[in-house]
Ligand binder design. Structure first.
Ligand code: CA
Length: 143
């Protein structure tokens, strides 16, 4: 019995930590690069990237709501296309002065105005464009 309980306790946190959209977003936004253990790393992308609560679920923050609006506008689109559409729109969901795609690049939270890059926007924007700009977040073609 103790063995069964232990196995369940080990498997549940991983499942909770990696819902499919989060797993997809981590890879599409390259947050997995250089982190071979990203699937086991709960800090690689916080649930508050899109959600208000640290454990996910409703409600969503302004960036999460932008994604939800994208799904409503294109109900047949897949997650990767919706995410890319929001980033290409060059919006600033949390209105902190840094566009969503630039925050993704800087690894701050695009839906939380308390989280934003420290670098001046012009400097960061130039680095972002030099690194490939928003096209680096285009969804990979399906095989
Ligand atoms: Ca922002």
């Amino acid at each position: 019995m103790a063995v069964l309980v232990g196995a369940a306790a080990l498997s549940v946190p991983v499942a909770l930590a990696m819902p499919k959209y989060r797993t997809a977003a981590i890879q599409q936004l390259h947050y997995d690069v250089g982190n071979p253990l990203w699937q086991y790393d709960r800090t690689v992308m916080s649930c508050t990237f899109c959600h208000v609560n640290v454990h996910g679920g409703a409600p969503w923050n302004p960036f999460g709501e932008a994604l939800r609006a994208g799904f409503r506008a294109s109900p047949r689109a897949d997650f990767g296309a919706v995410l890319y559409g929001v980033l290409r729109a060059n919006g600033d969901a949390d209105a902190d002065g840094y566009p969503d795609a630039v925050e993704v690049y800087a690894r701050t939270l695009p839906g939380d105005a308390q989280s934003h890059p420290e670098r001046p926007l012009a400097e960061l924007q130039a680095a972002f464009e030099a690194a490939g700009g928003v096209t680096q977040y285009a969804p990979k073609r399906r095989k």
